[in-house]
Design a protein around this ligand. Sequence first.
Ligand code: SF4
Length: 231
Amino acid sequence: RDLAELGSLLVECRACPRLVEWREAAAANPRAAFRGQTYWARPVPGFGDDAARIAVVGLAPAADGANRTGRLFTGDRSGDFLFAALHRVGLANQPEATSSDDGMVLTGVRLVAPVRCAPPANKPTPEERRRCGPWLARELELLGPGVRVVVALGAIGWAAALRTLEEQGWPVPQPRPRFAHDAAVPLERPDGGTVTLLGSFHPSPHNTFTGRLTPAMLDAVLDHARRLADL
Ligand code: SF4
């Protein structure tokens, strides 16, 4: 099976009744700014380079962001901030992401998530995260040992990534490593090799409007990831 096949299977998943209902309700009642648009309203596959050396892990699609456009981080302010940074450090061919056919090409990077359907209040339940974990694990397995760095966005994304990898058989150190901006933790892959887990504050409006995360701070983490990945 390859990444495209995995994506085709993923988009058919309806394993979490609460999230299926939520993703479809968002499509039926779009925000005023998006009225008239057809929402994707399905699980959102990974996006980016099939030969990625860096995986960027968020938490889950936003109801009016990726759940609308069908592409992770595309169509909301967090994504706008992230794609602009990826472009500045040379990992994206353009700074703006607006839709799934906007010409965006990522080099060496793939955007993934531990939960693939938009959850109410952006909070999946532990059970929903566990149910979705095998999709992320399988994607990382298909990307293979070429992946050298996993950038986790936010303390919640960091914890979700670690729990998911642990449940999927990765030997995660105990106690689990603590999140910090630019924290770097080596993790063993179950199929051999090492991946560095790298933390970054989440590029949410809450963090970027308050200056907790500046463009220079995100650029520095992505640049760190690039160096660790030899890109
Ligand atoms: Fe399936 Fe994951 Fe969506 Fe649950 S969150 S319905 S497991 S794709």
